[in-house]
Ligand binder design. Structure first.
Ligand code: NAI
Ligand code: BGC
Length: 256
């Protein structure tokens, strides 16, 4: 097992990539705090924790809005209490909603930046304080190919992931002397609830698949595998960079 005894927190872990990641970290021997957003997601998060450890000693669900400073401070404090510290943070929580920029209301712009970027910052800062005291840890930020591929209709989302890229690189430099690695993973199109608006529309799905050399959406487990590796000692020399896991989408297959 890659992560025997490591203590991990995965945000937005009641569904999609976060769920697959929590399960994979658990299967690799980690003890896992399974973050969820609201009471609506609670049963799913509890089911993830129960799947990792039915006894509950090595996995538990924990509610927090990553965009709320008091929530995040409370969540990381709870991890310290229940796990004795944190070795791995996966900043996975994220949202998106298509809106042309000319019509984008400020509150939607702010909501996306708050969850995707400020949320990642708050969790990273709080977990980083524990990791600095412990003299070690790994932070994996769930970015996107849209940290470098522009995406019309998603300016807020692209800005959040572009911001995440330089947050990752900058903090990796600051914290390397503390023994903390900080890196990002950039998935392409993965079959999760965030993509239901495409997956439920055969034509739209086909259009996206045509953008992917491997010809299919990725599976959440394929991203989780990359996270498990990135968080493990096998990736001990990897920091300040983004690992792209996208079926070749970023080779721009439609460019002739
Ligand atoms: P998802 O919608 O299943 O997962 C997002 C999770 O974030 C949900 O569990 C949701 O409850 C949680 N969340 C939302 N707001 C939150 C908040 N304020 N506090 C705590 N949790 C909150 O979708 P998916 O695909 O699993 O997304 C996970 C991450 O992967 C996101 O950051 C997304 O941007 C990123 N990603 C997804 C790709 C895809 O094609 N599915 C591709 C590239 C990146
Ligand atoms: C988005 C998905 C999209 C993928 C590829 C991700 O960041 O969350 O909705 O399918 O990028 O465009």
């Amino acid at each position: 097992m890659l992560l025997e005894g490591r203590r991990a927190l995965v945000t937005g872990a009641s569904s999609g990539i976060g769920k697959a990641t929590a399960l994979r970290l658990g299967a690799e021997g980690a003890r896992v705090a399974v973050n969820y957003y609201s009471d609506k997601e609670r049963p799913d998060a509890e089911a993830v924790a129960a799947q990792i450890d039915p006894g509950g000693a090595n996995a538990f669900a924990i509610k927090a809005d990553v965009g709320s400073e008091p929530d995040v401070v409370g969540m990381v404090g709870e991890c310290q209490k229940r796990l004795g510290g944190l070795d791995i943070l996966v900043n996975n929580a994220g949202i998106e909603k298509e809106v042309p920029t000319l019509e984008m209301p400020l509150d939607l712009w702010e909501a996306v930046l708050r969850t995707n970027l400020t949320g990642a910052f708050l969790c990273l800062r709080e977990a980083g304080r524990l990791m600095a005291a412990q003299k070690g840890g790994v932070i994996v930020n769930m970015s996107s190919v849209h940290e470098f591929i522009p995406w019309p209709g998603f300016a807020h989302y692209c800005a959040s992931k572009g911001g995440m890229k330089l947050l990752t690189q900058t903090v990796a430099r600051e914290w390397a002397p503390l023994g903390i690695r900080v890196l990002a993973i950039a998935p392409g199109a993965i079959a999760t609830p965030i993509n239901d608006f495409v997956l439920d529309d055969a034509e739209a799905r086909h259009r996206v698949e045509a953008e992917i050399p491997l010809g299919r959406f990725g599976r959440p487990e394929e991203i989780a595998a990359a996270v498990a590796w990135a968080a493990s000692d096998q990736a001990g020399y990897v920091t300040g960079t983004t690992l792209v896991v996208d079926g070749g989408m970023s080779t721009y297959p439609k460019f002739t």
